[in-house]
Write a protein that binds this ligand. Structure first.
Ligand code: TMP
Length: 234
């Protein structure tokens, strides 16, 4: 596969065309941002960790019947993915209270939620990714009701699968954000699944092994990402 010109540069990744119009290369950067880029920095080798961790998770989900844009791991920082049109919705699942759930609703961090909470945010930096519901999605024409049904079903399935996957590695999946894309008339999982987009705590100790270490200047950030990679590579 031949790498062609850059299509898009986001906060954590760059997309490149290839000589095949159906595929693009997703390149993972070390750049890290938080709070809608109010905080900026770099996490050494984050791109390598997230590329490898995402690869493992996409492969696992595929083996369990969840289709994604992932095609193949190309190099330390690059994966080949299907070209999709991203649905501009950040789909979040929460199993335990953390982050904005605590800020918005006064919940105590770490409290187990009686059932997983599904949230949607409008993927739009200009408006600071506002929380929205299915009515907003319909009137803003972000997805059809049929597409949203597919997205919702995949999301709960992904949560159940990932919770189980991480539990076996002695890791607790607190919450995560995923994105979907349209590809040849189908909705498939896209973007990345990594410690940038999940909250992952070590079971028992509750040690944070994700981007919260960067968001809140907790130190040992690279070590945390390395630890998640070591465990998912087992
Ligand atoms: P939140 O508690 O800050 O709303 O985050 C919920 C989950 O979504 C958490 O696992 C981090 C992830 N997330 C992203 O992947 N991108 C984002 O821009 C934000 C705000 C959160």
């Amino acid at each position: 596969m031949e790498k062609k010109g850059q299509i898009y540069e986001g906060k954590a990744k760059i997309l490149y065309n290839t000589n095949d119009p159906d595929f693009v290369i997703q390149y993972f950067k070390d750049d890290a941002t938080a709070f809608n880029a109010a905080k900026k920095g770099t996490i050494e080798n984050k791109g390598v960790f997230n590329n490898k961790i995402s690869t493992k998770i996409f492969e696992y989900l595929k083996s369990e019947g969840v289709p994604s844009h992932f095609e193949k791991h190309l190099s330390d920082r690059e994966m080949l993915v299907k070209k999709v049109e991203i649905v501009p919705i950040e789909v979040i699942i929460r199993n335990k209270a953390a982050g904005s759930f605590c800020r918005n609703y006064g919940a105590e961090q770490g409290v187990e939620l009686s059932s997983p909470v599904l949230e949607y945010c409008y993927k739009c930096d200009e408006f600071n990714d506002p929380l929205m519901n299915e009515y907003h999605i319909q009137v803003l024409n972000l997805a059809t009701p049929e597409e949203l049904e597919v997205i919702k079903n995949y999301t709960f399935k992904i949560n159940a699968l990932m919770k189980q996957f991480f539990a076996k590695l002695n890791l607790d999946l607190v919450d995560f954000k995923i994105e979907f894309g349209r590809c040849k008339g189908e909705i498939i999982l896209a973007d990345e699944i990594s410690p940038d987009t999940c909250r992952i705590w070590e079971a028992g100790t509750g040690k944070k092994l994700d981007k919260d270490r960067f968001r809140h200047d907790m130190g040992d950030i690279e070590e945390a990402y390395q630890e998640v990679l070591n465990r998912v590579s087992k």
